[in-house]
Design a protein around this ligand. Structure first.
Ligand code: PLP
Length: 440
């Protein structure tokens, strides 16, 4: 991995000042006076530069990056191939609007996604700017193609912050409270959550058949592993069983792979672990390696059901973002990052599983590939302990390791390291996390 870091050699964790330091505190004051407080903050340091597994702030503190900007910089931050591709494209043209004057990059990204997504049927893709926009468009397509209106989403699901995707999202605070009324014809079903023993497939199907009715449903929108919901890996066979039921009833499966795709779980798409072939797949986050791009990829007859002009947008598939996405795909292939993701997951899970105890605070360590989490619980081994998760995350931040919390109950610490992180940085970050978990 000679091009793992923008600066060549990988630089390590370093705490130069308090966290946040004086320069970050000055920027935080400006931010408070200029930026709405409605946008949250995980860690109040301001970024100055970043590379493979390290994020440096404006005070010269360097954090081991276990967040990847929420699974965006899977190939590394400022990955050399991405930077070169964007620089090159920026010198040619920065925008035309694909529906005004098309360009090859957009077509090439669609070809790539059509080839990489599960299933060898004929496919078509649409490019957009974000995960939420991808999910919105998948629902539009599913409704158009089926002539049905109802959409089934799941407990613990997160699909974005626009009106429709917020309506599909399963968690009230902070995503929904005060923002209603919500989009109509959205119905919620339980999600398989083995640790909490909920969402058995037969119950889910019975619930949907009773409360919605199979013949009214255009699509189910489902994450193959819940991301924001707490890295919940459904029971083996659950996703496949759900897909079979959908196929039998003419219900389309929209796999929301916005967080799980592009190698994160050790395969290109998380559905592959369950041998599920969705009708429509949404991607975004890591697709552009840091540039904003999202996509809907699906069965040709479904995607082409919509009339010409029915889908699109001014910026969708921006040429810089397309150049970046192609470089991301190349980098994953060239650097063997699917194998790296599996290696990272093996290493992290093996260590975190040692902390699991019947009396908490670590109730479960779980994940797939480089998508790994611990769920924190009280001494009964069950009751969610969000305070413990916050405390452990804060301790990691103080010691120079950037982790994210997650979970419907806020009691999960999730790891999303870039797939190019070195074993040394990964091990060092895990040590800090282990100490933080033992300290709560
Ligand atoms: C982040 C996320 C979204 C929303 O993506 P944005 O780009 O923030 O709009 C949708 N679905 C899933 C599964 C996500 O993780």
């Amino acid at each position: 991995m000679t091009d793992a870091g923008a600066g060549g050699e990988e630089r390590g964790r370093r705490l130069a000042t308090d966290v946040p330091g004086p320069a970050s505190r000055r920027l935080a004051a400006r931010r408070a006076a200029a930026v709405t407080r409605a946008v949250g903050t995980t860690l109040g340091v301001f970024a100055a530069r970043a590379e493979a597994g390290i994020l440096e702030d404006v005070d010269g503190n360097r954090f081991i990056d276990f967040a990847s900007g929420i699974s965006v910089t899977n190939v590394g931050n400022a990955a050399p191939a991405v930077v070169a591709a964007v620089r090159h494209q920026a010198g040619l043209f920065t925008h035309t609007c694909f529906q005004v004057t098309p360009y090859e990059g957009y077509v090439a990204v669609c070809e790539r996604l059509n080839a990489l997504t599960p299933g060898d049927h004929e496919k078509r893709s649409l490019l957009v700017n974000s995960g939420a926009e991808a999910v919105e468009n998948a629902v539009k397509v599913a409704r158009y193609a089926t002539g049905r209106q109802a959409v089934v989403a799941f407990d613990h699901g997160f699909h974005g912050r626009t009106l429709l995707t917020m309506s599909l999202t399963g968690k009230a605070v902070p995503y929904k409270e005060g923002f209603g009324p919500f989009a109509p014809e959205v119905y919620r079903a339980p999600y398989s959550y083995p640790f909490r023993n909920t969402g058995r497939l037969e119950e889910v199907i019975a619930h949907v058949e009773t409360t919605v009715g199979a013949e009214s449903i255009a699509c189910v929108v489902v994450e193959p592993i819940c991301g924001e919901g707490g890295f919940i890996v459904p029971e083996p066979g659950w996703l496949a069983g759900l897909s079979r039921w959908c196929a039998e009833h003419g219900v389309l499966v929209v796999a929301d792979e916005v967080q799980t795709a592009m190698g994160r779980t050790g395969t290109w798409f998380a559905c592959e672990h369950e041998h599920v072939v969705p009708d429509l797949v949404t991607t975004a986050k890591s697709l552009g390696g840091g540039l904003p791009i999202g996509a809907v990829t699906g069965r040709a007859e479904v995607m082409d059901a919509v009339h010409p002009g029915g889908l699109g947008g001014t910026f969708g598939g921006n040429p810089l973002a397309c150049a970046a996405a192609l470089a991301v795909c190349d980098t994953i292939e060239r650097q063997g990052l699917l194998e790296r993701a599996r290696h990272i997951g093996d290493m992290a899970l093996r260590r975190l599983e040692k902390l699991v105890a019947a009396t908490g605070p670590v109730g479960e360590a779980r994940g797939r590939g480089a998508m790994v989490a611990v769920e924190l619980v009280g001494s009964d081994g069950h009751t969610p302990d969000a305070a413990a998760a916050r405390a452990a995350a804060a301790a990691c931040h103080r010691h120079g390791v950037l982790v994210l919390t997650a979970g419907t109950y806020g009691n999960v610490i999730r790891l999303l390291p870039p797939l190019v992180i070195s074993d040394e940085l990964l091990g060092e970050g895990l040590e800090v996390l282990e100490a933080a978990l033992q300290g709560v």
